[in-house]
Design a protein around this ligand. Structure first.
Ligand SMILES: [Zn+2]
Length: 68
């Protein structure tokens, strides 16, 4: 809070929800013993719309939103 860092948010271009995801590939890294993201694709999915949607970037956002 109050760190002055502008955080980018990815939201659904249709409904504005931040509950979105993108298609991606993860490959198993034997050295790290973990899945490593190797590719992120353009196809977006909105969990609020429950279907594929275009996603858009927003800088900043409303205070109190997206606090996990
Ligand atoms: Zn949506």
């Amino acid at each position: 809070m109050g760190d002055g860092i502008e955080r980018m948010r990815i939201v659904c271009a249709w409904c504005g929800s931040a509950d979105v995801a993108r298609d991606a590939w993860a490959s198993w890294d034997v050295g790290k013993q973990d899945w490593v993201l190797v590719a992120v694709f353009d196809d977006g999915f909105c969990h609020a719309c429950e279907c594929e949607r275009s996603l858009e970037e927003r800088i900043g956002g409303s205070p109190g939103e997206g606090v996990d």
